[in-house]
Design a protein around this ligand. Structure first.
Ligand code: KG4
Ligand code: ZN
Length: 357
C-alpha cells in the first residue's frame, strides 16, 4: 500500500529561494529572546518606520536577574499590543507588510517561542514570507541601520549580557570570529559586580551612573589576558572586586565602580584596536547592551580618532535589544537566503555562520 502524502501546512514552498527584497520592502520585526518585548517596521533594510520596545526590567528587578518563566509569560501578555502599536505608529495598513522577521535564537527557549509562534502565525495570515533571524547577527546590523554608508571590512565589538566578541564583518552575511570571552560576558560582569555592591538591576546602567562620581584610577584592578590575543576573560575581575571590597570595607562604592568599569573598558578598547589593525578595518562599530556604556563610548571614539579610522556608536536604543535590528537583519537574510520554512523552531544556542578563521 502506498503512503498517503498529507500536505504540511507549516512548510513554506518559497523557503530557501532568494527573495527580491528592495528599497520598498517593508519588514515587520519581532524580538522576544530575553526580557524586552519588541516590534518594529523597517523599510528597505534601513529605514525605521516604527520601533516599539516594552521592557520587563521592573518585573525581574526584585530577583536581581531575568527569570525565564516570568519572561515568557510577560512576552505573552505584551506581544500583541506591542505589535499593534508598531503597526499603528508606522501609519501603514497591515496588508502593506511584505515579510515577518523574528529572532529564532540565541536566547531563552520559552521567551523565543512566544515570538516565533506569533511571527509564523502572522506570516501565514498575511501570506508573506517568515524570516528567522539570529539575534547576534541583528546586533551586527544595528550600526548600519543608523549609518547605511558604513564600509566593509568593519570590526564589531559586540558586548551584551550573554556575549562578548570581536567580529570581522567582511560583507553582509560574511562574518569571522576574531575573539570572544572564555568565561563571563562583559555585561554579566557589570551585572554581578553591581549586585555585589547593591547598586540595583540591571547592573550596567547602575555602574555607569555611579562611576561618574568616582576615580577610575583609584584601584588597579587586573586586566586579564590584555596582551594575550583577542579573547577576553572577565570572571577574575569580578572576583578581584569582591576580594578588594572584603579587604577594604571602607572603600567608597563610587571608586570601586569607576575602577572596575575602567578595567573592563581598557581591555575592550585595547583589543578592538588590535583587531581593527589586524584586518585593516575601515572602522570599529559597537553593538550589544554594554555598548550603551558612557566610558566605553568615549574611549572607543578617542582611540579610533588616534588610529585614523571611523568609530561608530549606535544610539543607546539601538544598542540594547530592539526589533528594528531584527527587521533589518531579516531584510538582508530574505534577500540572500529567501524565506525560512514555517517548520523552523526556536534554537536557544543558535550560532552565527562563521567564516573559517
Ligand atoms: O544586548 P542586551 O540588551 O541583552 C542581551 O544580553 O542580549 O544587553 C544587556 C546587558 C546587561 O548586562 C546590562 O547590564 C548591560 O547590557 N548594559 C550596560 C549598560 N546598559 C546596559 N552595561 C554597561 N553600561 C551601560 N550603560
Ligand atoms: Zn541582545
Amino acid at each position: 500500500m502506498s503512503a498517503t502524502m498529507i500536505p504540511n501546512p507549516a512548510a513554506d514552498d518559497r523557503a530557501g529561494l532568494a527573495w527580491p527584497a528592495d528599497d520598498s520592502t517593508l519588514v515587520l520585526g519581532i524580538e522576544t529572546s530575553c526580557d524586552e518585548t519588541a516590534a518594529a517596521l523597517v523599510m528597505g533594510g534601513h529605514d525605521v518606520v516604527s520601533n516599539v520596545v516594552s521592557t520587563q526590567e521592573d518585573l525581574h528587578a526584585e530577583f536581581g536577574g531575568v527569570v525565564p518563566e516570568v519572561a515568557s509569560r510577560a512576552h505573552l501578555a505584551a506581544l500583541n499590543p506591542v505589535i499593534s502599536r508598531a503597526v499603528v505608529e508606522g501609519g501603514v495598513d497591515e496588508d502593506r507588510i511584505d515579510a515577518v522577521a523574528c529572532t529564532v535564537g540565541p536566547g531563552l527557549v520559552g521567551a523565543l517561542l512566544v515570538g516565533v509562534s506569533a511571527a509564523k502565525s502572522l506570516a501565514l495570515a498575511y501570506d508573506v514570507p517568515f524570516v528567522g533571524v539570529n539575534h547576534m547577527e541583528a546586533h551586527l546590523y544595528a550600526a548600519s541601520l543608523e549609518d547605511p554608508t558604513l564600509e566593509f571590512p568593519l570590526v564589531v565589538l559586540l558586548v551584551s549580557g550573554g556575549h562578548t566578541m570581536l567580529v570581522e564583518m567582511q560583507d553582509h552575511g560574511r562574518y569571522r570570529l576574531l575573539g570572544q570571552t572564555i568565561d563571563d560576558a562583559a555585561g554579566e560582569a557589570f551585572d554581578k559586580v553591581a549586585r555585589f555592591l547593591d547598586l540595583g538591576y540591571p547592573g550596567g546602567p547602575a555602574i555607569d551612573r555611579v562611576a561618574m562620581n568616582g576615580d577610575p584610577d583609584a584601584i588597579p584592578f587586573p586586566r586579564a589576558m590584555k596582551d594575550a590575543g583577542l579573547d577576553f576573560s572577565f570572571s577574575g575581575l569580578k572576583t578581584a572586586v569582591m576580594n578588594y571590597v572584603r579587604k577594604h570595607p571602607d572603600v567608597g562604592d563610587v571608586d570601586v565602580a569607576a575602577s572596575f568599569q575602567m578595567a573592563v573598558v581598557d581591555v575592550l578598547v585595547h583589543k578592538a584596536r588590535i583587531a581593527a589593525k589586524q584586518v585593516s578595518a575601515t572602522g570599529i562599530v559597537l553593538g550589544g547592551g554594554v555598548a550603551a556604556n558612557s566610558l566605553l563610548r568615549e574611549e572607543l571614539l578617542a582611540a579610533c580618532g588616534r588610529d585614523g579610522i571611523q568609530g561608530f556608536l549606535p544610539s543607546r536604543e539601538m544598542c540594547t535589544d530592539n526589533a528594528a535590528m531584527i527587521a533589518a537583519a531579516g531584510w538582508h537574510r530574505l534577500r540572500s537566503d529567501g524565506p525560512t520554512g514555517l517548520d523552523a523552531g526556536a534554537v536557544p544556542n543558535l550560532k552565527l555562520p562563521w567564516l573559517d578563521a
